[in-house]
Structure formats: structure tokens, C-alpha cells
Ligand binder design. Structure first.
Ligand code: ADP
Length: 331
């Protein structure tokens, strides 16, 4: 079986966009590939952060992913495997300064920091972030990395780093990781359907996967359906998004019957929203229930992830033994 690796930053809540756009796919991939999923807390130190919150959010993300169906043995916490950092240093020495300056995400994040404070501190960590990402991938010899378009440039850099390392040391050691594209829906903000559902826009712009039923219903009921920009005879972005949510929730009977109403001009938006709210609640209720069960057993679950990380660490240590040998470090 081929190796798949994907990582997520511990950023707090998970929303429906994250689920339909990424996590659902990760759960499925576990049947076909050797999957490893990392909660990458080292990466979260590259932007201003709060230490207490980082630790809290790291565990929160672990529990969320488990509740969604990620198998505990496939899940690790990055900072429990410090070999990622060691490899990142070694790979950093085969990465050129020039190619890192061309990373658009670095430029975007610097702009983001400077938006609120023109003298904002920009760390070496933020600049070197893509090298750590390459280490995350290469350390487990991942064949595939499920990514969205926004991460293409970083994965390309990981391939370049692997190639340069192999060339420099005259050995086909690192696998060249390939992107794994899966057709996933893009979910829009209920409050502004011209934008992607996203946490960075604020609370009203995302539907929490583990949200309370009342709030989720309220958010869907008040979803914007008409932005005033709709072209006559064309479905508005907000309405399209509601149909997309029905389709993504696999409620095709409700989807088809409401679509038939839409096509015959008989659709009431309140019925569409009711249908979407029911579909989303039906989807997320089992997640909340599983999360509650995991939380009762919190200590055991945390131990399980410590153990899984220790087991996965053995693979990282093996890679480092080989890399130290190849690169001339003392073994
Ligand atoms: P956020 O900051 O809103 O949590 P991220 O940019 O960290 O989102 O994305 C995490 C993962 O979720 C990525 O794989 C991304 O493609 C996916 N994702 C995020 N928002 C959406 C969305 N609105 N629709 C579909 N997928 C999304």
C-alpha cells in the first residue's frame, strides 16, 4: 500500500468546509492507503500565538479528528516527534534562500501581519515553514499528499528539496511526493456567499462541525440567499451553496425534490433552509456524540495518541538514522 500523509494546524474549531473539503476525504483514504495524519503544532508557532491556547487547540483538534473517524493509530502530534525539526534543519541546507522568498503563502502571511501592524514581527520560523512542511512529508516517505490548489507550490518545493538532496548525495533516497487531488466541494460562508467558509472571516462565516444544534439551525435559517447581485434566471451563490450542502450531506432525495421546486419557480427558501438544517444536523449529531464519548475517556485518549506518536516516531527515527549516515553526520 502507498503512503499518504496530511497535516492540519491546531487552529481551534473545525467547520463544514474543513469537513467536506478535507477531513471526510482523509477518513476515506484510510481504507486504501497507509495513512498518517499530523496535528502540526510546530507550524502554529510561526504566527503570533498564545502558549496555553496552542496546547488546548492541539488536543481539541486531535479529539475532533478522532470523532470524525480518523483512526488513533494513524494520528500523531508533530511536536512529540522532534525528528521533524532535525530533518527540517538538514533539508534547510539543501533549500535555497531564493526559492523560499518566492513562496506566495509567506508573502500573504507577511501582508496579513502588516495589515494590523506595519512593524509586525516576522519570524525566521514563518520564512522556513515550507522546509518544515517538506520534512513532515519526506520523513515518512509519503507517496501522496492530499492537497488543495493553495498548497501546490509548497508540495512542489518538497519535491525540489527531495530531488536536490538525492542529487547532492548521489542516492535516490527520498520519494518524490505527488499531490492527491480529490474532487471536494467548496463550501461558502452562510453570511457572505461570495466568500469561502472560513474561520479567519469570523464566527458568523462558518458553521462549526461540533456546534450546538440550535446555533447551527439559526445560522442556516439566516443564511444569505440573495446578495443583490444575482443575474436574472441564474441561481444566486447563496442558494447554490445551500443545494451544495444538501448534496455534500448526501441528502439527494431532499436535494432533488427541492431542486424540482426551484426549477418550477415553486421553491420557498424557508423550505430549502429547513431541509439543509435537517441534513446538517443529521450529519453532525453523531460527531458530537462521538466527541462526548471521547471526552469522558479523555485521559485514555490522550495516552493513546502519545502511544501512537511514539510508534510513528520510530519510523521518523529510522529515516533520521539513514539521513545522518548519508549526510556525513556522526552516527
Ligand atoms: P480554515 O482556516 O477556515 O479552518 P484552512 O485554510 O486551514 O481553513 O483549511 C483546512 C482544510 O480545509 C484545507 O484542506 C482546505 O482545503 C479545507 N477547506 C477550508 N475551507 C473550506 C471551504 N470553505 N470549502 C471546502 N474546503 C475548505
Amino acid at each position: 500500500m502507498k503512503n499518504v500523509l496530511s497535516c492540519v494546524q491546531p487552529t481551534g474549531d473545525l467547520h463544514l468546509g474543513n469537513y467536506f473539503g478535507a477531513v471526510q476525504n482523509w477518513v476515506k483514504l484510510q481504507d486504501e492507503y497507509n495513512c498518517l495524519y499530523g496535528v502540526v503544532d510546530y507550524h502554529s508557532m510561526t504566527m503570533p500565538y498564545n502558549a496555553t491556547l496552542l496546547r488546548e487547540n492541539t488536543w481539541k483538534m486531535v479529539f475532533y479528528l478522532l470523532a470524525c473517524g480518523i483512526k488513533p493509530e494513524n494520528l500523531f502530534i508533530q511536536s512529540l516527534i522532534p525528528e521533524h525539526i532535525e530533518l527540517s534543519w538538514i533539508l534547510g541546507c539543501t533549500t535555497s534562500y531564493g526559492e523560499l522568498t518566492r513562496m506566495t503563502q509567506f508573502k500573504d502571511k507577511v501582508d496579513q501581519l502588516h495589515e494590523t501592524d506595519k512593524d509586525a514581527f516576522v519570524s525566521l520560523g514563518l520564512f522556513a515553514y515550507p522546509v518544515l512542511q517538506a520534512a513532515d512529508i519526506l520523513i515518512y516517505h509519503a507517496d501522496y499528499v492530499p492537497i488543495g490548489k493553495d498548497q501546490e507550490q509548497h508540495l512542489e518545493l518538497s519535491r525540489n528539496i527531495a530531488q536536490r538532496f538525492n542529487h547532492q548525495f548521489g542516492k535516490e533516497y527520498f520519494v518524490h511526493p505527488a499531490p492527491l487531488y480529490t474532487e471536494t466541494p467548496k463550501i461558502l460562508s452562510p453570511a457572505d456567499p461570495n466568500k469561502k467558509m472560513s474561520k479567519s472571516l469570523g464566527e458568523k462565516h462558518y458553521i462549526n462541525l461540533f456546534g450546538e444544534e440550535d446555533r447551527v439551525r439559526k445560522q442556516i435559517k439566516s443564511a444569505v440567499t440573495d446578495t443583490g447581485e444575482a443575474v436574472e434566471g441564474e441561481m444566486s451563490a447563496g442558494v447554490k451553496n445551500l443545494f451544495e450542502l444538501l448534496r455534500a450531506s448526501k441528502e439527494m432525495d431532499a436535494h432533488d425534490s427541492l431542486m424540482a421546486d426551484y426549477l418550477s419557480n415553486a421553491l420557498r427558501y424557508s423550505d430549502l433552509k429547513e431541509g439543509v438544517a435537517n441534513a446538517v444536523i443529521k450529519l453532525i449529531n453523531p460527531f458530537r456524540e462521538r466527541l462526548a464519548i471521547l471526552q469522558v475517556d479523555e485521559k485514555n485518549v490522550k495516552n493513546q495518541i502519545h502511544e501512537a506518536s511514539a510508534e510513528i516516531r520510530k519510523r521518523a527515527q529510522q529515516t533520521l538514522r539513514e539521513v545522518r549516515d548519508i549526510t556525513g553526520l556522526i552516527v
